[in-house]
Ligand binder design. Sequence first.
Ligand code: IYR
Length: 254
Amino acid sequence: NESPYKMTLSSSSSSSNSDEEDEDQDLLPALPKDLQHIPLNFEKLPAEESLKRSEEYYELMNKRRTVRHFSSDTFPIEIIHNIIKTAGTAPSGAHTEPWTYVVVSCPETKQKIRDIVENEEEINYKKRMGKIWTTDLKPLKTNWLKEYLTEAPYLICIFKQLYSVKEDGKKKMHYYNEQSVSLATGILLAAIQYAGLVSLTSTPLNCGPALRVLLDRPQSEKLTLLIPVGYPIEDCLVPDLKRKPLEEILVQFN
Ligand code: IYR
């Protein structure tokens, strides 16, 4: 079909007389050929200052918890805009920035999203996920009812762009779009935490196509995560999970 990956494969296998890879009429280069290189804006900090900052940042991030019980309290959309701008600073393959963030705050749309997700999740929990998976999840007390999808003031729907299509119909390949969007999502979660808000990293199984159509996104985009953002309810409970200590996640290889 229309994936530029396949187009590249087929054009390279047809041993044509092209001496340039991008001679393919339909493909745009990821970057301008004459891209300038400019001085890096960088200020070296004293190591003690870096140590202090790294400790403080760890303390902040170690307080981040996935929250499943949202209050309906809202906040200015500008905060969401700043958080998404921050996510958009993530590195990406050939700087293709292969992400789209759809922010939903309208109650009717949130209800439609909830209906789609709950319908699929009911089938997921009862049929698709199987005994081992659902047993593994029991301690987290999750189920197919997703009240947070209508309670949280904002839902951020993160789409990865497999490729982009410009107005003239030319396509641009999005290298490493999976990794790029994952990196950006990590930065998004950190920005949410730094702003004093809570989030839920939800990955609604089998809901991608229906949500893509509902949110009017093109076929070149795939839903990767759906992140409610807001405040926890009063007396919100979270599972008492412990994080692996450094010794378990760090290998000092000398
Ligand atoms: N997506 C489902 C199930 C789920 C799966 C895992 I792995 C989790 O860590 C949590 C939930 C849901 O949102 O309920």
